[in-house]
Design a protein around this ligand. Structure first.
Ligand SMILES: [Zn+2]
Length: 386
């Protein structure tokens, strides 16, 4: 029962520090942890003993040398503690289970109807998570939900989702009442940003700007591999900044939003006119993006024009964001990451031309799975604190 298990999930502030330390690096010995956290060996031994007992941390096979005193075993986070992530997109919803140790334990696509009502969404999610908890061992810490939506300051309500047509929906409460687990809502871009910032390509980078381009565009900033929590909730809703085409109408009712030129529907217009509309329905945004990439490779004009127009619009818009935020690096997510390396090379060229500097875009391996993975990381972070 989740009610009983959440009591034993309690952790102290020092345990949070140990978790953060082990999450961001290789396994460490007690001596290394004590040194890193500025705690005595006795204190760290006490904390670790309690964490090992509850299955949060386990000893690895290897023995650690170095440090002062006798060598001890390396410690790592255990996958017996599991975070659940829901990645609710316009064209599909995915469920990801992530162990505290970083292992993806389960990934499945949920049978959510198109344009779901909040009740329909919660009902499908509840059914799937209930089945999952019956079939999987482990202690579930919480549920993170990635949404194409603006959420409330406390991360419990959807304030507005143009794409789902939802207003003021208490989604976290609806899910948590049925699942008896804590739930936290995030914009999809925020979840993807966290997952990307923890990819091996970005170790050592501090301040990263993530740009998620799906049905609309969203931004998120990370610092030291976590969301920059000095920014207000709702920061990054740049899809409705007026940097698009002033002649095009946006779903928000205004003209000229960023989404009217880089949102998926704008990108798909040429492909639909060329008779590939059914690919969007059958294979979703990423499948359609892969098709455009293939068609461009064999010289199809509509595909080449689609890519060039997107590279110019997105390149110009990215250059504006980079000039304002001056991040150490930029990561991309959404359908644009499925457009192939020729497109990304061209995008680098355009951004670099605008900035008169090397393009800050870093290609990571998180790809299309990033929002679900990041949502599960949010789910893991909900393990209760004392
Ligand atoms: Zn708009």
């Amino acid at each position: 029962m989740a009610g009983a298990s959440s009591g034993s999930a309690m952790r102290s502030h020092n345990e949070s520090l140990v978790i953060a330390c082990l999450r961001n690096g290789a396994p460490m010995s007690r001596a290394q942890l004590a040194e890193r956290l500025g705690l005595t060996r006795a204190a760290i031994s006490r904390i670790i003993a309690s964490m090992v007992e509850r299955g949060l941390v386990q000893e690895t096979g290897t023995r650690a040398a170095g440090g002062s005193g006798r060598p001890g075993r390396h410690l790592e986070l255990s996958n017996a503690w599991v975070g659940i992530g829901l990645d609710a997109r316009v064209d599909r919803t995915e469920l990801v289970c992530l162990g505290m140790g970083g292992q993806v334990l389960r990934r499945e696509t949920l049978d959510v109807p198109d344009g779901p009502s909040p009740e329909a969404f919660v009902s499908v999610a509840t059914r799937s998570i209930t089945a999952l908890r019956k079939s999987m061992p482990g202690t579930f810490t919480g549920i993170g939900v990635a949404l194409p939506a603006k959420v409330s300051d406390d991360r419990l309500e959807v304030k507005r989702s143009h794409h789902f047509g939802w207003d003021d929906v208490p989604l976290a409460r609806m899910l948590s009442e049925r699942m008896d687990l804590p739930v936290s809502l995030r914009h999809g871009a925020e979840c993807a940003a966290v997952a990307n910032a923890r990819q091996p390509e970005l170790i050592g980078s501090n301040r990263l700007l993530h740009v998620q381009v799906g049905s609309g565009l969203g931004l998120a900033l990370t610092r030291n591999r976590d969301l920059d929590d000095t920014l207000p909730v709702g920061w990054g809703g740049a899809g409705h900044a007026l940097l698009g085409d002033p002649k095009r109408l946006c779903i928000c009712g205004r003209h000229g939003c960023v989404d009217t030129v880089v949102g998926f529907e704008a990108f798909a217009a040429r492909g639909r006119a060329a008779g590939f509309g059914d690919v969007v329905v059958d294979q979703g945004m990423d499948g359609f993006a892969a098709l455009v990439s293939r068609e461009a490779a064999v010289g199809q004009c509509w595909a080449l024009e689609s890519l060039e127009e997107l590279a110019e619009d997105l390149g110009r818009i990215l250059a504006v964001f980079v000039a304002i935020e001056v991040p150490d690096g930029v990561t991309l997510g959404g359908y644009v990451t499925a457009l192939g390396s020729d497109f990304l090379d061209r995008l680098d060229e355009i951004v670099s031309g605008h900035l008169r500097a090397k393009s800050p875009i870093v290609r990571t391996s998180a790809g299309a799975d990033a929002p679900g993975l990041g949502a599960a990381m949010v789910g893991l972070s909900l393990i209760a604190e004392e």
